[in-house]
Design a protein around this ligand. Structure first.
Ligand SMILES: [Zn+2]
Ligand SMILES: [Zn+2]
Length: 338
Protein backbone atom coordinates (compact mmCIF):
# COMPACT_ATOMS: atom_id res chain seq x y z
CA UNK A 1 0.00 0.00 0.00
CA UNK A 2 0.99 3.65 -0.46
CA UNK A 3 1.77 5.62 2.70
CA UNK A 4 3.13 9.00 3.72
CA UNK A 5 6.21 7.81 5.58
CA UNK A 6 8.21 9.77 8.18
CA UNK A 7 11.42 7.71 8.09
CA UNK A 8 13.67 10.08 10.06
CA UNK A 9 13.75 13.65 11.37
CA UNK A 10 13.26 16.28 8.62
CA UNK A 11 12.15 13.74 6.02
CA UNK A 12 8.74 12.81 4.62
CA UNK A 13 8.17 10.63 1.57
CA UNK A 14 5.33 8.85 -0.18
CA UNK A 15 6.31 5.20 -0.63
CA UNK A 16 5.08 1.61 -0.65
CA UNK A 17 4.86 -0.27 2.63
CA UNK A 18 3.51 -3.75 3.34
CA UNK A 19 0.09 -3.69 4.97
CA UNK A 20 -0.26 -5.94 8.02
CA UNK A 21 -3.35 -8.09 8.59
CA UNK A 22 -5.77 -6.89 11.28
CA UNK A 23 -5.64 -8.67 14.64
CA UNK A 24 -8.71 -10.70 15.72
CA UNK A 25 -10.37 -7.69 17.42
CA UNK A 26 -9.44 -5.25 14.66
CA UNK A 27 -10.64 -4.29 11.20
CA UNK A 28 -8.61 -2.96 8.28
CA UNK A 29 -10.02 0.40 7.15
CA UNK A 30 -9.44 1.67 3.62
CA UNK A 31 -8.81 5.33 4.43
CA UNK A 32 -11.03 7.85 2.62
CA UNK A 33 -9.65 10.97 4.30
CA UNK A 34 -7.30 11.86 7.14
CA UNK A 35 -6.82 15.32 8.61
CA UNK A 36 -3.34 16.71 9.19
CA UNK A 37 -3.22 17.82 12.82
CA UNK A 38 -1.27 20.75 14.25
CA UNK A 39 0.35 18.35 16.72
CA UNK A 40 1.84 16.46 13.75
CA UNK A 41 3.17 19.65 12.20
CA UNK A 42 4.71 20.51 15.56
CA UNK A 43 6.18 16.99 15.84
CA UNK A 44 7.87 17.32 12.47
CA UNK A 45 9.08 20.90 12.92
CA UNK A 46 10.47 20.46 16.43
CA UNK A 47 11.72 16.83 16.20
CA UNK A 48 9.26 15.99 18.97
CA UNK A 49 10.29 12.95 21.01
CA UNK A 50 6.57 12.15 21.40
CA UNK A 51 6.47 10.83 17.82
CA UNK A 52 9.89 9.36 17.08
CA UNK A 53 10.40 8.21 13.44
CA UNK A 54 10.16 5.86 11.60
CA UNK A 55 6.41 6.31 11.59
CA UNK A 56 3.23 6.75 9.57
CA UNK A 57 1.29 9.61 11.20
CA UNK A 58 -2.42 10.47 10.95
CA UNK A 59 -5.17 10.16 13.58
CA UNK A 60 -8.21 12.08 12.24
CA UNK A 61 -9.76 9.69 9.75
CA UNK A 62 -12.71 7.96 8.15
CA UNK A 63 -12.98 5.19 5.59
CA UNK A 64 -14.55 1.90 4.55
CA UNK A 65 -13.94 -1.46 6.21
CA UNK A 66 -11.88 -3.65 3.87
CA UNK A 67 -11.24 -6.66 6.09
CA UNK A 68 -12.66 -7.87 9.39
CA UNK A 69 -10.71 -9.66 12.17
CA UNK A 70 -11.89 -13.12 13.28
CA UNK A 71 -13.47 -11.97 16.57
CA UNK A 72 -15.24 -8.87 15.26
CA UNK A 73 -19.03 -9.26 15.38
CA UNK A 74 -20.43 -5.70 15.16
CA UNK A 75 -18.94 -4.58 11.86
CA UNK A 76 -19.03 -5.93 8.30
CA UNK A 77 -16.82 -5.41 5.28
CA UNK A 78 -17.98 -2.36 3.31
CA UNK A 79 -19.25 -0.39 6.34
CA UNK A 80 -18.47 3.35 6.34
CA UNK A 81 -16.71 4.28 9.57
CA UNK A 82 -15.10 7.11 11.49
CA UNK A 83 -12.41 6.19 14.00
CA UNK A 84 -11.57 7.53 17.40
CA UNK A 85 -8.10 9.11 17.26
CA UNK A 86 -7.01 7.09 20.26
CA UNK A 87 -7.43 3.58 21.56
CA UNK A 88 -8.36 3.56 25.27
CA UNK A 89 -7.62 0.35 27.21
CA UNK A 90 -11.12 0.24 28.71
CA UNK A 91 -9.77 -1.30 31.94
CA UNK A 92 -7.77 1.29 33.89
CA UNK A 93 -9.35 3.42 36.66
CA UNK A 94 -9.69 6.41 34.33
CA UNK A 95 -11.50 4.38 31.65
CA UNK A 96 -13.72 2.89 34.37
CA UNK A 97 -14.49 6.42 35.56
CA UNK A 98 -15.65 7.30 32.03
CA UNK A 99 -12.61 9.42 31.21
CA UNK A 100 -11.56 7.25 28.26
CA UNK A 101 -9.71 10.19 26.69
CA UNK A 102 -7.42 10.27 29.75
CA UNK A 103 -6.70 6.51 29.69
CA UNK A 104 -3.37 5.71 31.31
CA UNK A 105 -2.53 3.30 28.48
CA UNK A 106 -4.12 5.12 25.54
CA UNK A 107 -2.61 4.53 22.15
CA UNK A 108 -2.85 7.39 19.66
CA UNK A 109 -2.89 6.53 15.95
CA UNK A 110 0.25 7.74 14.21
CA UNK A 111 2.09 7.88 17.52
CA UNK A 112 1.84 4.62 19.45
CA UNK A 113 0.49 2.62 16.51
CA UNK A 114 0.52 3.08 12.72
CA UNK A 115 -1.55 6.04 11.53
CA UNK A 116 -3.90 6.80 8.65
CA UNK A 117 -1.77 8.72 6.16
CA UNK A 118 -1.97 5.44 4.27
CA UNK A 119 -4.29 3.48 2.03
CA UNK A 120 -5.11 1.10 4.89
CA UNK A 121 -4.97 1.26 8.68
CA UNK A 122 -5.86 -1.34 11.33
CA UNK A 123 -8.34 -0.20 13.97
CA UNK A 124 -9.78 -2.04 17.01
CA UNK A 125 -13.48 -2.48 16.22
CA UNK A 126 -14.58 -0.81 19.48
CA UNK A 127 -12.98 2.48 18.32
CA UNK A 128 -15.34 2.87 15.36
CA UNK A 129 -18.60 4.75 14.87
CA UNK A 130 -20.70 5.00 11.68
CA UNK A 131 -19.80 7.60 9.05
CA UNK A 132 -23.10 9.32 8.08
CA UNK A 133 -24.12 8.81 4.43
CA UNK A 134 -24.60 12.49 3.61
CA UNK A 135 -21.26 13.66 4.99
CA UNK A 136 -18.27 14.06 2.63
CA UNK A 137 -15.08 12.27 3.68
CA UNK A 138 -13.15 15.53 4.20
CA UNK A 139 -15.73 16.62 6.79
CA UNK A 140 -16.10 13.23 8.50
CA UNK A 141 -12.32 13.06 8.98
CA UNK A 142 -12.53 16.31 10.96
CA UNK A 143 -15.00 14.96 13.52
CA UNK A 144 -12.05 14.52 15.89
CA UNK A 145 -10.83 18.14 16.01
CA UNK A 146 -14.47 19.30 16.21
CA UNK A 147 -14.96 16.83 19.08
CA UNK A 148 -12.16 18.66 20.89
CA UNK A 149 -14.23 21.86 20.60
CA UNK A 150 -17.32 20.01 21.85
CA UNK A 151 -15.25 18.70 24.76
CA UNK A 152 -14.36 22.30 25.68
CA UNK A 153 -18.09 23.08 25.72
CA UNK A 154 -18.87 20.02 27.85
CA UNK A 155 -16.08 20.81 30.33
CA UNK A 156 -17.61 24.23 30.98
CA UNK A 157 -21.26 23.34 30.44
CA UNK A 158 -22.13 24.22 34.08
CA UNK A 159 -20.91 27.81 33.67
CA UNK A 160 -22.47 30.76 31.81
CA UNK A 161 -21.04 31.36 28.31
CA UNK A 162 -22.98 34.32 26.93
CA UNK A 163 -19.78 36.00 25.74
CA UNK A 164 -16.68 34.06 24.81
CA UNK A 165 -13.27 34.86 23.41
CA UNK A 166 -11.34 32.31 21.34
CA UNK A 167 -7.65 33.05 20.97
CA UNK A 168 -6.20 31.48 17.81
CA UNK A 169 -8.20 30.90 14.62
CA UNK A 170 -6.49 27.67 13.64
CA UNK A 171 -8.53 24.48 13.14
CA UNK A 172 -9.09 23.93 16.89
CA UNK A 173 -9.95 27.58 17.48
CA UNK A 174 -12.43 27.66 14.59
CA UNK A 175 -14.08 24.44 15.82
CA UNK A 176 -14.23 25.77 19.42
CA UNK A 177 -15.82 28.95 18.07
CA UNK A 178 -18.48 27.01 16.14
CA UNK A 179 -19.14 24.57 19.00
CA UNK A 180 -19.74 27.50 21.38
CA UNK A 181 -22.00 29.24 18.90
CA UNK A 182 -24.09 26.16 18.14
CA UNK A 183 -24.20 24.42 21.53
CA UNK A 184 -24.19 27.43 23.89
CA UNK A 185 -25.51 30.24 21.68
CA UNK A 186 -22.45 32.25 22.71
CA UNK A 187 -21.44 35.58 21.25
CA UNK A 188 -17.88 34.67 20.25
CA UNK A 189 -14.98 37.03 19.65
CA UNK A 190 -11.96 35.57 17.87
CA UNK A 191 -8.37 36.84 18.06
CA UNK A 192 -5.59 35.90 15.64
CA UNK A 193 -2.58 37.54 14.00
CA UNK A 194 -3.65 36.51 10.48
CA UNK A 195 -6.23 38.68 8.65
CA UNK A 196 -7.14 35.72 6.38
CA UNK A 197 -7.93 33.50 9.38
CA UNK A 198 -9.95 36.29 11.00
CA UNK A 199 -11.96 36.67 7.78
CA UNK A 200 -12.86 32.97 8.01
CA UNK A 201 -13.81 33.29 11.70
CA UNK A 202 -16.05 36.22 10.74
CA UNK A 203 -17.66 34.21 7.93
CA UNK A 204 -18.29 31.37 10.40
CA UNK A 205 -20.27 33.76 12.58
CA UNK A 206 -17.85 35.47 14.99
CA UNK A 207 -19.43 38.47 16.74
CA UNK A 208 -16.14 40.31 16.40
CA UNK A 209 -12.59 39.60 15.27
CA UNK A 210 -9.46 41.05 16.82
CA UNK A 211 -5.94 41.27 15.45
CA UNK A 212 -3.63 41.70 18.48
CA UNK A 213 -1.13 43.44 16.17
CA UNK A 214 -3.63 46.31 15.94
CA UNK A 215 -5.74 46.03 19.08
CA UNK A 216 -5.38 44.64 22.59
CA UNK A 217 -7.70 41.62 22.69
CA UNK A 218 -8.37 41.78 26.44
CA UNK A 219 -9.11 45.52 26.29
CA UNK A 220 -11.52 45.08 23.42
CA UNK A 221 -13.39 42.26 25.12
CA UNK A 222 -13.66 44.33 28.32
CA UNK A 223 -15.10 47.19 26.25
CA UNK A 224 -17.64 44.85 24.65
CA UNK A 225 -18.77 43.59 28.07
CA UNK A 226 -19.12 46.87 29.99
CA UNK A 227 -15.75 46.39 31.62
CA UNK A 228 -16.62 42.97 33.02
CA UNK A 229 -14.76 40.54 30.73
CA UNK A 230 -15.76 37.38 28.85
CA UNK A 231 -17.58 34.52 30.59
CA UNK A 232 -15.34 32.04 28.85
CA UNK A 233 -11.95 32.31 27.13
CA UNK A 234 -10.44 29.51 25.07
CA UNK A 235 -6.71 29.67 24.42
CA UNK A 236 -6.18 27.60 21.29
CA UNK A 237 -2.59 28.86 20.90
CA UNK A 238 -1.00 28.12 24.25
CA UNK A 239 1.82 30.66 24.21
CA UNK A 240 2.81 32.39 27.46
CA UNK A 241 1.34 35.64 26.10
CA UNK A 242 -1.98 34.10 25.06
CA UNK A 243 -2.40 32.32 28.40
CA UNK A 244 -1.84 35.66 30.11
CA UNK A 245 -4.30 37.36 27.76
CA UNK A 246 -6.86 34.62 28.45
CA UNK A 247 -6.85 35.56 32.15
CA UNK A 248 -6.92 39.30 31.46
CA UNK A 249 -9.95 39.05 29.17
CA UNK A 250 -11.86 36.87 31.63
CA UNK A 251 -14.51 38.18 34.01
CA UNK A 252 -14.34 37.39 37.73
CA UNK A 253 -15.85 33.94 38.28
CA UNK A 254 -15.33 33.04 34.62
CA UNK A 255 -13.42 30.14 33.12
CA UNK A 256 -10.55 29.82 30.70
CA UNK A 257 -9.74 26.63 28.85
CA UNK A 258 -6.17 26.03 27.76
CA UNK A 259 -6.10 23.69 24.78
CA UNK A 260 -3.07 25.08 22.88
CA UNK A 261 0.39 23.59 23.35
CA UNK A 262 2.65 26.29 21.98
CA UNK A 263 4.75 26.91 25.11
CA UNK A 264 5.13 24.89 28.28
CA UNK A 265 6.56 26.86 31.20
CA UNK A 266 5.70 30.48 31.95
CA UNK A 267 5.30 32.92 34.82
CA UNK A 268 1.80 33.97 35.73
CA UNK A 269 -0.04 36.50 37.92
CA UNK A 270 -1.63 33.85 40.11
CA UNK A 271 -3.46 36.48 42.20
CA UNK A 272 -5.50 37.14 39.04
CA UNK A 273 -6.83 33.60 39.44
CA UNK A 274 -7.21 33.46 43.23
CA UNK A 275 -8.71 36.85 44.05
CA UNK A 276 -11.36 37.04 41.27
CA UNK A 277 -12.04 33.29 41.55
CA UNK A 278 -11.19 32.54 37.93
CA UNK A 279 -11.16 28.93 36.82
CA UNK A 280 -8.51 27.40 34.60
CA UNK A 281 -9.13 24.17 32.69
CA UNK A 282 -6.63 22.19 30.69
CA UNK A 283 -7.76 19.84 27.93
CA UNK A 284 -6.27 17.94 25.07
CA UNK A 285 -8.52 15.20 23.70
CA UNK A 286 -12.16 14.12 23.43
CA UNK A 287 -14.36 11.10 24.08
CA UNK A 288 -15.94 8.92 21.42
CA UNK A 289 -19.41 10.23 22.42
CA UNK A 290 -18.20 13.71 21.49
CA UNK A 291 -16.92 12.37 18.17
CA UNK A 292 -20.44 11.08 17.55
CA UNK A 293 -21.90 14.47 18.45
CA UNK A 294 -19.42 16.16 16.08
CA UNK A 295 -20.59 13.97 13.18
CA UNK A 296 -24.23 14.79 13.95
CA UNK A 297 -23.54 18.55 14.00
CA UNK A 298 -21.69 18.41 10.67
CA UNK A 299 -24.28 16.12 9.05
CA UNK A 300 -27.03 18.53 10.14
CA UNK A 301 -25.11 21.40 8.49
CA UNK A 302 -24.64 23.22 11.81
CA UNK A 303 -20.84 23.24 11.75
CA UNK A 304 -18.86 24.02 8.62
CA UNK A 305 -15.55 22.27 8.00
CA UNK A 306 -15.54 22.13 4.21
CA UNK A 307 -15.27 25.79 3.22
CA UNK A 308 -11.89 26.38 4.89
CA UNK A 309 -9.93 23.11 4.53
CA UNK A 310 -7.61 22.13 1.69
CA UNK A 311 -7.67 18.70 0.11
CA UNK A 312 -4.55 16.82 -1.03
CA UNK A 313 -4.15 13.34 -2.51
CA UNK A 314 -1.75 10.96 -0.76
CA UNK A 315 0.74 11.50 -3.60
CA UNK A 316 0.57 15.28 -2.92
CA UNK A 317 0.70 14.89 0.85
CA UNK A 318 4.28 16.12 1.29
CA UNK A 319 3.22 19.35 -0.43
CA UNK A 320 0.22 19.51 1.90
CA UNK A 321 2.50 19.08 4.89
CA UNK A 322 4.87 21.83 3.73
CA UNK A 323 2.01 24.19 2.89
CA UNK A 324 0.50 23.83 6.38
CA UNK A 325 3.95 24.23 7.98
CA UNK A 326 4.34 27.55 6.15
CA UNK A 327 0.72 28.39 7.14
CA UNK A 328 0.36 31.29 4.70
CA UNK A 329 -2.95 33.01 4.00
CA UNK A 330 -5.87 30.60 4.15
CA UNK A 331 -3.66 27.49 4.54
CA UNK A 332 -5.14 26.46 7.89
CA UNK A 333 -6.00 22.79 7.60
CA UNK A 334 -5.11 20.01 5.17
CA UNK A 335 -7.01 16.79 4.64
CA UNK A 336 -5.18 13.96 2.90
CA UNK A 337 -7.42 11.78 0.72
CA UNK A 338 -5.63 8.50 -0.18
ZN1 LIG B 1 -5.16 15.95 16.32
ZN1 LIG C 1 -7.68 2.94 30.18
Amino acid sequence: MRVLHYPEFDRLEVRDLDATAPRPDEVSVQVAACGLCGSELETYKNHSPRRPPPLVMGHEFCGVIAEVGAEVRDWKKGARVVSNSLVPCGKCVRCQRGDTHLCAHRQIFGMHRPGAFAQFVNVPARCLIPWPENLPAEAAALAEPLANGIHVVNLTRHLPAATALVIGAGPIGLFCQQALQVLRGSRVFVADLSPERLAIAKKLGAAGVINPREQDAAKLVLQATEGEGADLVVDAVGAAGTKKASLEALRPGGATVWIGLHENTMSIDSYNITLPEKQVFGTYAAKIEELQQALELMAAGKVDALSWVHRFSLEESVTGFNRMLAAKGTDIKAVICP
